[in-house]
Design a protein around this ligand. Sequence first.
Ligand SMILES: [Fe+2]
Length: 296
Amino acid sequence: MEIANTVLILVGAMIMVGNISGYMLFMEKMQDVVSSGNKKDSIWLRIGLVLLLFFFFGYLVVCLAFQSSLLTSLILFFGSIFVSVTLGLMSRLLDTAKERSVDIAEVLVGIIDARDPNLNGHSRYVKDLTVLFYQRLPRRIRFKINPISLEYAALMHDIGKLGVPESILNKPEKLNEEEWETMRQHPKIGVKLLQPLQPFDSISSWILYHHERMDGEGYYKLQGKQIPLAARLLSITDTYATITMRRAYKPPLSYEQAVEIIRSAAGKQLDQELVDIFLTIPKEELEKCIPEQIKY
Ligand SMILES: [Fe+2]
């Protein structure tokens, strides 16, 4: 009986340690997927963590200091399993919610892209390239950017083209200065469209500045590090996607040609350090991102 009691206490304590680290991961995911830094949610999540720690220490005190009965140990043991199952279910629910919302955004953005034969599949392509690029970044850069927000920003970076007339989007000839001016409004229109959605507040500046250049010759004349890090990342994946896809005015260029163009743009248009990291991604991995409708 003594041995069974001790085993229950030890295993239960180990499960509780797992529960605490699992809860901390859940907190992080919750902030990323749902709350986007909402202070109220953050307070409730912290209260949850304090209660979980309180349960853990209470568990140890009752079981060790007061030498609990087998029944008490059993109740506490199954209590820790219950917490574990609940956390697992909540985490799966959160993953499903995130996947569904990205899927819905992907479909909606795909419809917007379809208005422009030059853009068909472009947003999804940029999103897949950006996710790949993020995984390649060193930890010191990665921790500065929320990966889920980055995924949404990549998917919706050109959403403002919804406000650009189709006659400009589909024009096979070169745009005149007035038409270019309308086209240059698309980041601003995109930010306006997303304004009612509070969780996307953090990505507004990334979308607004995705056409900035390191040399200050972009849409808003921001220079170097004035451009948000995520916008500098998007600028690279957007450029790579544009080069390697078919446009009315050009055929899709090869990986080798894209590398050459991106390398020559580093330091002027694109961030040199980030370009160096991007170019370490193997060709096969980049090519896996190309959506079917862009290939031919
Ligand atoms: Fe754009």
